[in-house]
Ligand binder design. Structure first.
Ligand code: 13P
Length: 309
């Protein structure tokens, strides 16, 4: 069932586990996440990167929303890392449940202005907003410790940022990187504690770059308040490694069995993550009348905002 991101994250936080937000690009990705969620009885988030949104447009958004609606477990649909007001408005009008307004490439003051404006916009549609200060990137592994430190989330700045922008969720940079960890991952948990102290208890904490993080780092992050993990690389790798094009061509194989193999490989990874994040077997916690009310309220607010123009 299509469920508000607020409900998913707040319930996970209250019960001390985290929701996996999985980047998807096509029907196979959507199927892998929904099948994994149903098999594990887990809530989940289907997450579209802006490049995926640009590629798939409204048919891809409609696919995600319909798959979430018809799933037997709670699922929300989220726009990941968006730097564009236009893409954010498009996502909100289409009915996506939450957006990430990513101004982390901008100087701090400009990030604040962008995020504040996008938060006002998204809140008019009843959607949850995630933002980022500090800067996570896939190339951080190549940087020196001092350079890495400089890009990490500053707890004091984080406190000020969430107060001014009124975002609901904050993506923290504490040593996590997108893509493969080129050396042993090291997360700065002291920094995470200080961020939590500064942003207050109401802000939802998010950790990007969850591919390749060991179990004890995942559980420590959850204990310290992280309630959403973003996962892309490991699922994408499962897709690529399973899609054996040479073999398919040599055997003149039908497409459906090839796609089923790909879905199955991705599903296995997603299920492992759901176990790791503690969201497996928690779907029932999200199916209360209150959860349904929150989701219905978001949909009413979206309709009203569209109607008002
Ligand atoms: P990974 O590709 O490292 O799993 O990170 C995904 C992510 O953070 C998407 O926003």
């Amino acid at each position: 069932m299509l469920t508000s991101t607020r409900e998913l994250l707040e319930t996970a936080r209250r019960h001390v586990y985290a929701i996996g937000a999985f980047n998807i690009y096509n029907l196979e990705g959507v199927q892998a996440v929904v099948k994994a969620a149903e098999a594990c009885q887990s809530p989940a988030m289907l997450q579209l990167h802006p490049s995926s949104l640009k590629y798939g447009g409204s048919p891809l958004v409609a696919l995600c929303l319909e798959a979430a609606r018809t799933a037997t477990v709670p699922i929300s649909v989220h726009l990941d890392h968006s730097t564009s007001a236009e893409a954010i408005r498009f996502a909100l009008e289409a009915g996506m449940n939450s957006i990430m307004a990513d101004g982390s490439h901008l100087p701090y003051a400009e990030n604040q202005v962008f995020t504040q404006a996008m938060t006002q916009l998204a809140h008019a549609y009843g959607a949850v907003v995630e933002a980022e200060i500090g800067r996570i990137s896939g190339t951080e592994d190549g940087l020196s410790v001092a350079e890495k430190e400089a890009k990490m989330t500053d707890p004091m700045q984080a406190g000020e940022f969430v107060k001014i922008t009124q975002v609901d969720a904050l993506a923290v940079t504490i040593g996590n990187v997108h893509g493969e960890y080129k050396s042993e991952p090291r997360l700065d948990f002291d920094r995470l504690v200080r961020i939590r102290q500064r942003v207050g208890e109401d802000v939802l904490l998010v950790l990007h770059g969850a591919s390749g993080l060991p179990a004890q780092m995942i559980s420590r992050s959850i204990e310290l308040g992280v309630c959403k993990f973003n996962v892309n690389t490991e699922v994408r790798q499962a897709y690529m490694q399973t899609l054996n094009l040479e073999k398919c061509i040599a055997e003149d194989a039908d497409l459906v069995p090839c796609m089923e193999a790909v879905v199955d490989a991705m599903q296995q990874i997603v299920m492992q993550k759901m176990e790791l994040f503690g969201s497996a077997h928690k779907a029932h916690l999200h199916q209360s009348p209150y959860a349904r009310m929150l989701t219905a309220a978001q949909e009413r607010q979206r309709q009203m905002t569209i109607h008002r123009g």
